[in-house]
Design a protein around this ligand. Structure first.
Ligand SMILES: Cc1cc2nc3c(=O)[nH]c(=O)nc-3n(C[C@H](O)[C@H](O)[C@H](O)COP(=O)(O)OP(=O)(O)OC[C@H]3O[C@@H](n4cnc5c(N)ncnc54)[C@H](O)[C@@H]3O)c2cc1C
Length: 385
């Protein structure tokens, strides 16, 4: 995948916006364990960053997915992973299904204002009893006249405290688990929606993560995305973007961790010479940099195939798996060379260590990615051809 001057231009203007509007505030937001999503999204929306790949009719730029990858990479440079994550939820996790399968009304009412940065969205799939096992979720939407009446709960919802709407996966019938689900847009100010708790996490502190309860929440059936019963499939499709985005976003965070570690080990001396002059140190950093380049190639290939209209489930799952594992390896490997400084809460590398741990869990854990790859490769028990 070759990035063009247009990609560079986009990166440059996003970098400027980040330096002006985000980086100066991240310490304060980390401390507060939340960042002002409406304020920041409005600024991003004004400059067109919330709809790069969305249709132009709704305020998007109509660009191909390589621009989303470039943006995800650029967001990875923010010195607090939570802010980029929250933005990624808006651009690549809670809006793709709607852009593709939503009605004109849903696009006008929720998509266009989200692209403009006037509304903040979230994606509600996981529940306390159903994270990896998406098919096992229990939140139920029963029909009543023209409405759905939703009861249940969602867990670990990024942007959940501040969101104006949720793209919510619910059961809409008692059919089989893969055929009984629908994606429904739930305005978060509807009666019966309770943002029960802002969750305290290991990392990603700038982003708010919530537990949400639904008690007889009434929304019109026309707020459903796509056909009834297609929700599981639509969410699986929507996960492709989420997983490619997550892998692309991890690349630059890792590159920064390695670059910072090179800088640190150059100026830190032990036994009369710079730490980096020990072969074990510079070889290890070279090894990690090589691994990151491999991940990059995988992400770019998945992106290229996605742009050409191919099903990238296998490549996107591999990229997500590799990104999660590598983020753990890079953050741990680099932190080691920072010694006691690395173990300090305020060091950059310790934040990267905490933030990056999510990549192997959120959006489908490593083992779920392995399961998908095995399923596609026909290596699951009893599936040999
Ligand atoms: C900070 C944060 C933000 C999040 N944001 C969102 C969000 O915005 N929206 C949303 O819907 N969800 C969100 N999630 C939820 C996330 O997607 C789930 O936590 C994740 O899918 C794992 O589900 P679980 O926690 O229920 O783990 P479980 O399903 O209980 O699994 C626990 C562990 O068991 C292992 N495992 C699971 N199944 C298998 C298997 N079949 N074989 C082998 N091992 C297995 C995995 O290692 C897994 O990590 C977020 C989570 C976090 C921590």
């Amino acid at each position: 995948m070759l990035f063009t001057d247009e990609h560079d231009l986009l990166r440059q203007s996003l970098r400027t916006l980040i330096a002006r509007e985000i980086t100066p505030h991240v310490e304060e937001w980390e401390e507060a364990r939340i960042f002002p999503a409406h304020e920041v999204f409005k600024k991003l929306g004004k400059e067109g960053f919330l709809g790069l790949t969305k249709p132009t009719e709704y305020g998007g730029a109509g660009l191909d997915y390589s621009y989303a990858v470039a943006m995800a990479e650029e967001l990875g440079h923010i010195p607090a992973g939570g802010v980029g994550l929250a933005i990624g939820v808006q651009t690549d996790m809670c809006t793709p299904a709607r852009a593709r399968f939503g009605s004109e009304e849903l696009k006008q009412e929720f998509l266009a204002p989200s692209i403009a940065g006037d509304l903040v969205g979230c994606i509600g799939v996981s529940e306390t009893g159903a994270g990896s096992d998406v098919a096992g979720l229990k939140t139920y939407a029963r029909k009543d006249g023209d409405d759905y009446v939703i009861s249940g709960s969602k867990m670990w919802i990024t942007n959940g405290i501040q969101a104006d709407w949720m793209c919510c996966l619910v059961n809409t019938s008692d059919d089989k688990p893969h055929k009984n689900k629908s994606l429904v847009i739930v305005p978060m100010n509807t009666k019966g929606v309770e943002r029960a708790k802002k969750l305290h996490k290991l990392g990603m502190w700038s982003s708010d993560t919530a537990q949400i309860f639904f008690d007889e929440v009434r929304v019109p059936q026309r707020y459903r995305v796509g056909p009834e019963g297609a929700g599981f499939m639509l969410q699986m499709l929507q996960f492709q973007e989420e997983r490619m985005w997550g892998a692309a976003n991890a690349i630059t965070a890792m590159e920064d961790a390695i670059a910072e570690t090179i800088k640190y080990t150059r100026q830190r001396s032990t036994f009369g010479r710079p730490l980096i002059d020990n072969q074990v140190v510079h070889f290890r950093l070279a090894e990690l940099a090589t691994e990151v380049e491999c991940l990059k190639s995988l992400v770019y290939r998945a992106c290229e195939e996605f742009i050409s209209g191919k099903d990238v489930t296998r490549l996107a799952s591999m990229a997500k798996l590799k990104a999660g594992r590598l983020a753990r390896e890079v953050s741990d490997g680099c932190l080691q060379f920072w010694g006691g400084m690395g173990y300090m809460w305020e060091s950059k590398i310790s934040r990267m260590y905490r933030d990056s741990r999510l990549a192997s869990i959120g959006g489908g854990a490593d083992e779920i990615m392995l399961g998908i790859i095995c399923k596609l490769d026909g290596t699951l028990p009893g599936k040999a051809s």
